[in-house]
Ligand binder design. Structure first.
Ligand code: GDP
Ligand code: IMO
Ligand code: MG
Length: 424
């Protein structure tokens, strides 16, 4: 039995894409289990540089099946575009499957998201329609990929849902859509995706029974979970490990490993509290000018990411809610230039140290408690053995391990697949 779930341990963009691409070498299937094309997962390997939005990062491993799972909201046009871009770089994309139960993210979801973000209540979404696609799922007003398999039935579903969609579009000042135009899109998607759509529960459980190695790839991170994150500045799904089992429909007891991916410091995109946020100048060493693949600009939206020192309360919280069996830390090399590195070890709220993660509106008021660790001022990017890392880099890693209580097994020292140290 080998089911591994990999999730973000902070606010997203921790380096999940790089680690999934690395681990895929050993996998028979990689499944994306939530989110949509709000994701930007960067992969740098022998095929080139990719920022994947919907396609799971196992696509580069020959013979590895990749699966857009039930918990996802999939924009079919974006998926077709992405597959064709990947194919044009010489990658075989014939092993891509989509859950028949995955939600179809429609152009009107993007319109609604964009209109909402114009209002005074913007939360800085990626404007990819994510919240509205999940809202339609919750109110049972969405189309799923299974609807493309029977066009007569599909037309009836569109006629049923169209009134609610147009009422909402009109209320927000958007352009109404006709059932005919939605149906035309569905007919085209049916022709493009027919062969890829599979019944997910049998597909995945049979693979588990056959003893295949399966990796579930999460999107975003613990702090942006709709229930457990900084609500309302969150996404509209659950990027926590347990949701892999819920959405795919397999027993949670089948999960053998849960890998949390973290960055050596903190970053976030969008509005909301961010306790260890730095002054802009402090983060210059991390951010770069946008010319390098690993500069701190959003892989989906290109927005400059907000940057901060490492926040151990966030990591401990992520470890508690996910149950990490190991952690992968990315971007250790980005700390190479610092004389001193600040780490937040706890929070004070109303003058008292606290041992829980407060609600978002109270998180604005916490006072981070910092310790300062010594930097190593040495290039780590060529190092491949743990013991060859500078002493202070090892101390940094071991300080995190001791504070979070989870082993840091993978250490990223550069953006490419090969830039990794495995710590035994
Ligand atoms: P994801 O959404 O979690 O897959 O992460 P993103 O791809 O959005 O952001 C992670 C960024 O860090 C990308 O620019 C990666 O190329 C880069 N990256 C990942 N691991 C490392 C690492 O170990 N060192 C460096 N320098 N860059 C890394
Ligand atoms: P990956 O998978 C970083 C953020 C948005 C916004 C909030 C809600 O690459 O880590 P949404 O469009 O989901 O309704 O936006 O979540 N956000 C991300 N931030 N990385 C991502 O994905 C993100 N996907 C969404 O900035 O704050
Ligand atoms: Mg990203």
């Amino acid at each position: 039995m080998s089911v591994t779930v990999l999730v973000g341990a902070q606010f997203g963009d921790e380096g999940k894409g790089k680690i999934v691409d690395y681990l895929a070498a050993d996998m028979d299937m990689v499944v994306r289990f939530q989110g949509g094309d709000n994701a930007g997962h960067t992969v740098v390997n022998e095929f080139g540089v990719f920022k994947l939005h919907l396609v799971p990062c196992g696509i580069f491993k020959k013979d590895c099946k990749v699966f857009a799972g039930t918990g996802m909201v999939v924009n079919p046009d974006e998926l077709l575009k992405e597959l064709s871009e990947i194919k044009s770089k010489g990658v075989d994309v014939s092993n891509m499957y989509i859950s028949s139960r995955a939600i179809i993210l429609m152009p009107y979801h993007i319109q609604l998201d964009t209109l909402s973000e114009k209002g005074g209540t913007s939360i800085g979404t990626t404007k990819r329609g994510i919240g509205y696609a999940y809202a339609d799922r919750a109110r049972r007003n969405a189309l799923r990929f299974e609807d493309l398999l029977d066009l007569q039935h599909c037309r009836k579903r569109i006629d049923t849902i169209i009134g609610t969609i147009n009422a909402e579009l009109s209320a927000k000042g958007g352009e109404p859509v006709t059932a005919d135009e939605v149906f035309e899109k569905c007919k085209a998607w049916a022709a493009s995706f027919g062969q890829m759509i599979v019944e997910p529960v049998t597909f995945i459980n049979k693979a588990i029974e056959r003893g295949e190695k399966i990796l579930f790839e999460g999107q975003l991170g613990a702090m942006k979970d709709i229930d457990l994150g900084i609500y309302p500045y969150v996404t509209s799904s659950n990027p926590v490990a347990a949701y892999a089992a819920v959405s795919a429909g397999f027993p949670i007891s089948k999960i053998s490993e849960i890998i949390g991916v973290m960055k050596a410091f903190s970053s976030a995109v969008g509005a909301g509290p961010f306790p260890t946020e730095m002054e802009a100048a402090e983060g210059d060493g991390f951010r770069g000018d946008g010319k390098n693949v690993d500069d701190e600009f959003g892989a989906r939206t290109g927005r400059a990411r907000r940057l901060g020192w490492l926040d151990l309360p966030v990591l401990r919280y992520a470890a508690v809610i996910n149950g990490f069996t190991s952690i992968a830390i990315c971007k250790i090399d980005k700390l190479d230039i610092y004389d001193e590195i600040k780490v937040c070890t706890g929070y004070k709220l109303d003058g008292k140290e606290i041992d829980y993660m407060p609600s978002a509106y109270r998180l604005y008021d916490v006072e981070p408690i910092y310790v300062t660790l010594k930097g190593w001022k040495q290039d780590t990017s060529k190092i491949r053995e743990y013991n060859e890392l500078p002493l202070n880099a090892r101390k940094y890693i071991e300080f995190i391990e001791a504070n979070v209580g989870v082993k840091l097994k993978y250490i990223g020292v550069g953006p490419a697949r090969a830039d990794i140290i495995v710590k035994e």
